[in-house]
Ligand binder design. Structure first.
Ligand SMILES: Cc1cc2nc3c(=O)[nH]c(=O)nc-3n(C[C@H](O)[C@H](O)[C@H](O)COP(=O)(O)OP(=O)(O)OC[C@H]3O[C@@H](n4cnc5c(N)ncnc54)[C@H](O)[C@@H]3O)c2cc1C
Length: 316
């Protein structure tokens, strides 16, 4: 087997190149399912809102959770994760765990900066933001820094006390919750959610780690603050009538300074979009058309189009 990097299927190499020029007989497409679903919500892209996959990749790839990392992955509380799948659970628990790390790092760096370069202000780092530094920040940045420093000090106080007395890992859940915590907002009930149906143990663990869950909420609008950053989310409460989920007309307002959207992804069908007519897509033009093969009574194989998007063969 040979592996070549830096090759983009559809760009560097087309199907014609592979078959006609390079002598390949077979192509297997394993290009993933990374296209995030965009939820229909007013002010969908204001500051503070990002896709869950973007947050998780930024967290893992930049190593933002490491003390040594200078990554600027900023999250604020309260945080809301929209979605009901395992990505929502993952995002919520990672966010919950990352927040204390983030504010502790900010506090340490801030103190270092003040100690090394802003000596004129002295060592009064227990007070609000140093005036020399404050002059370089705008109103919003100052507000956020103040918030992070206060939270960083609270985390440090808890870490110090615990480590000194018992040596146990400190429990940050009450603190993170007192700052608004992390809530998963799902449009149906918990039992309906893919996360619960696929892996209820992971949901239980998320609750143990301090995550809150708000059921039957469908996002409608992100409300910006005076700086254009998200401050809350409006949801429409969903109800079940005649066995179907529908809007109730009741609007629920959840405070949210970070919003992560984990509303699912679609398969990567970009080749067909860039080279139309190459592949057959399903009727929604979202997935590759799935086919099911069955064995006829005669023993011959029959292939027919299926609407089963998982590509599973329906029972014959
Ligand atoms: C939040 C999250 C948590 C998960 N946790 C787990 C877990 O704990 N355990 C587990 O088993 N699974 C987990 N999964 C699922 C797992 O990540 C996926 O099932 C797996 O990565 C799918 O592999 P893949 O090769 O099909 O696609 P991908 O991993 O998406 O790989 C596709 C590759 O194709 C490349 N590509 C795309 N387009 C082109 C092109 N045109 N030309 C060339 N290359 C291209 C992409 O750059 C990418 O490298 C998780 C998924 C998510 C989102």
């Amino acid at each position: 087997m040979k592996v070549y990097g830096g090759i983009r299927f559809g760009g560097t190499i087309t199907i014609e190149d592979a078959f006609d020029k390079l002598g390949f007989d077979h192509i297997a497409i394993a290009a993933g399912a990374g296209t995030p679903t965009i939820v229909r919500m007013k002010n969908n892209l204001i500051r503070g809102i990002r896709k869950a996959s973007d947050f998780l990749m930024a967290l893992q790839l930049t190593g933002a959770f490491k003390k040594s990392s200078m990554a600027n992955l900023q999250v604020r509380l309260p945080a809301v994760v929209i979605g009901g799948g395992l990505t929502a659970i993952d995002t919520a628990t990672e966010l919950f765990a990352y927040y204390p790390v983030q504010v502790s790092k900010i506090l340490e760096r801030y103190e270092e900066l003040v100690a090394q370069t802003l000596l004129s202000w002295g060592r009064r780092t227990d007070r609000s933001v140093c005036p020399t530094l404050a002059r370089r920040l705008d109103k919003e940045e100052l507000l956020i820094l103040d918030e992070f420093l206060e939270h960083g000090r609270a985390i440090r106080a808890r870490t110090g006390r615990r480590a000194a007395t018992t040596g146990e890992q400190p429990n940050f859940i009450p603190l993170v919750r007192s700052w608004g915590g992390v809530t998963i907002a799902y449009r149906k009930s918990l039992q309906d959610s893919p996360a619960y149906r696929l892996n209820h143990e992971e949901v239980i663990k998320a609750f143990e780690e301090g995550i809150a869950y708000a059921e039957s909420l469908s996002p409608v609008e992100a409300v910006p603050d005076e700086f254009g950053h998200v401050k809350s989310l409006l949801f429409e409460k969903q109800i079940v009538e005649d066995g179907r989920w529908k809007d109730s007309g009741q609007v629920v307002d959840l405070p949210a300074r970070s919003v992560m959207v984990a509303a699912g992804t679609s398969p990567n069908v970009i080749y067909e979009k860039e080279h139309p007519g190459t592949f057959k897509l399903d009727k929604w033009k979202q997935f590759f058309q799935a086919y099911a093969v069955s064995v006829e009574r005669t023993g011959a194989l029959a292939c027919r189009i299926t609407t089963d998007r998982r590509g599973a063969c329906p029972p014959t």
